[in-house]
Design a protein around this ligand. Structure first.
Ligand code: NAD
Length: 491
């Protein structure tokens, strides 16, 4: 299958495949570029300039030069820019969704949903830009006054993953713009096109030169390393895997950079015997299959009360087994390909390990041969506790189901992971629901629902899933620092 004329036109009209630095689209200083592949066909969609360390530092120069004026820019104007960008993303939703499906693989309907979701961070933070305030209070002793004010943190390095090519960027760019920070953004090498398209939209709606600088690169560690070693940088916001997050934390310690870390997950999906099973199964399909399972909030382990475990697994297998695989551009496709062969090999290995230890395949179970990195929607029942799939992030369309006895055991097993991003809980017992949500060691919980992401809510984790929050009222705080003034009023 080749890229159609329409697909090519959408790429050409929306993407300048170069570096955006200081308001200019430039080639990489080395002249090098890299290919962006369609994971459904393996074909190269276009070539993008490949930033070097020198380019990364040029981007930081631009961000540093723009910082003071941008911090002074009226908050209302910063908000209006975000609002216009939201509007334009929504107007161009169909084209941008196609672009996303081409580079990432997910079905078009899901890409449209991500454009809406990703754009909404810009609208949400357009409204937050004018609500940055401070405090004036009387000192407890009575004599002096305490004044606090908020300032933008300063130039930020933003690093994003490939799985949500737009939204993982807008969750950072929205609050940074609202707060008055300038940025160097390094998108994922596998999916830079959506972020380049967003940079173009922001340029069109009047974002001043140098506020957002975008540097796609195949040498992430060198480009990011050069920027992080420079004392002009103030903050790093990273979304990606936990091991890379740890490396960045170590590097950031040299300049004591502020950090936000949105890392990996291993979400438990806990179903109690009193749950509405139909609702739980529906929620399970959403929590598992959104983004082809390639999501940090994907349900990774299905922990089901013994009394209903078999029924739940059979119901889930029937639903998952009926999903149709296909290139995301095909209207009937429910499930697209995985992002690349590495990801597919990892998923295959986890399934083989679970089955080798005695797990029973109830649906799917293997890769689809031919073009693209397809893997069947899979359900494995009675997964033994020592299976790797229960402790590692799957990042694919595979649902391992395992049974538990008491409520305490269910909660203990849900917490039995180094990660703590999200958990899903299904029960109709109110008291149990409250006990369980209190006991779970996570940053977010879906209670009787399989979807938690919402731009108006604080997204983020605890434990090895990181720290900091994106979205909600909390999201902008990551880009602000507090200054306190002790005031003597002469009393
Ligand atoms: P990754 O950690 O491999 O890469 C993420 C980004 O970091 C990419 O842009 C990559 O180029 C860059 N990078 C890699 N090594 C680097 C280095 N040494 N220095 C600087 N930058 C470096 O992750 P991925 O495979 O792109 O994404 C999948 C991971 O992201 C999963 O673990 C998933 O759970 C996580 N994720 C988390 C969230 C969240 O909000 N918590 C959201 C989406 C994805």
């Amino acid at each position: 299958m080749t890229t159609s004329d329409h697909e090519q036109r959408v790429i050409d009209e929306n993407v300048v495949p170069r570096l955006q630095i200081g308001g200019e689209w430039r080639d990489a200083s080395s002249g090098a570029s890299f290919g962006v592949e369609d994971p459904a066909t393996g074909r190269v969609l276009c070539r993008v300039s490949d930033a070097t360390e020198e380019d990364a530092l040029a981007a930081l120069d631009a961000a540093s030069r723009a910082q003071a004026a941008w911090a002074d820019h009226p908050p209302r104007e910063r908000g209006e820019i975000l609002r216009r960008a939201w509007q334009l993303l929504i107007e161009r939703r169909d084209d941008l969704a196609l672009l996303m499906t081409l580079e990432m693989g997910k079905p078009l309907a899901e890409s449209r949903t991500e454009i809406t979701y990703g754009a909404e961070f810009l609208r949400w933070f357009s409204e937050e830009a004018v609500r940055i305030d401070g405090r004036w209070s009387r000192e407890p002793g009575g004599s002096g006054r305490l004044l606090t004010m908020k300032h933008p943190v300063g130039p930020c390095l933003l690093i994003t993953p490939w799985n949500f090519p737009l939204a993982m960027g807008t969750r950072k760019i929205g609050p940074a713009i609202a707060a008055g920070c300038t940025m160097v953004l390094k998108p994922a090498q596998l999916t830079p096109l959506s972020m380049l398209a967003l940079a173009r939209v922001l340029e069109e709606v009047g974002l001043p030169a140098g506020v957002l600088n975008v540097i796609p690169s195949t040498s992430a560690s060198r480009t990011a390393g050069a920027v992080m070693a420079d004392p002009r940088l103030r903050k790093v916001s990273f979304t990606g895997s936990t091991p890379v997050g740890r490396t960045l934390m170590a590097q950031a310690s040299q300049n004591l950079l502020r950090m936000s870390m949105e890392l990996g997950g291993n979400a438990p999906f806990v179903v109690f015997e009193d749950a509405d099973l139909d609702r739980a199964i529906e929620g399970a399909v959403i929590a598992k299959m959104r983004n082809i399972g390639e999501s940090c909030v994907a349900a990774n382990r299905f922990l089901v009360a013994e009394a209903v475990a078999e029924e739940f697994a059979a119901g889930l297998a029937a639903k998952m087994g009926s999903l149709r695989m296909g290139r995301g551009t095909e209207p009937e496709a429910d499930v697209g390909p995985l992002i690349d062969e590495d990801q597919r090999s990892k998923v295959t290995e986890l399934v083989e390990d679970a089955v080798g230890r005695g797990g029973k395949v109830l649906a799917g179970g293997g890769r689809r041969e031919g073009a693209g990195y397809f893997f069947e929607p899979t359900v494995i029942g009675a997964v033994p506790d020592d299976s790797k799939i229960l402790s590692e992030e799957v990042f694919g369309p595979v649902a391992p189901v395992t049974a538990f006895g008491t409520e305490d055991e269910g909660v203990a097993r849900a917490n039995g992971t180094e990660y703590g991003l999200v958990a899903y809980v299904f029960t109709r017992d109110l008291e149990r629901a409250l006990r369980v949500v209190e006991g779970l060691e996570v940053g977010m919980i879906g209670l009787n629902r399989g979807l938690v992401s919402n731009p108006a809510a604080p997204f983020g984790g605890v434990k090895q899933s990181g720290f900091g929050r994106e979205g909600g009222r909390e999201g902008i705080e990551e880009y602000l620092s507090t200054k306190y003034v002790a005031v003597d009023t002469g009393e």
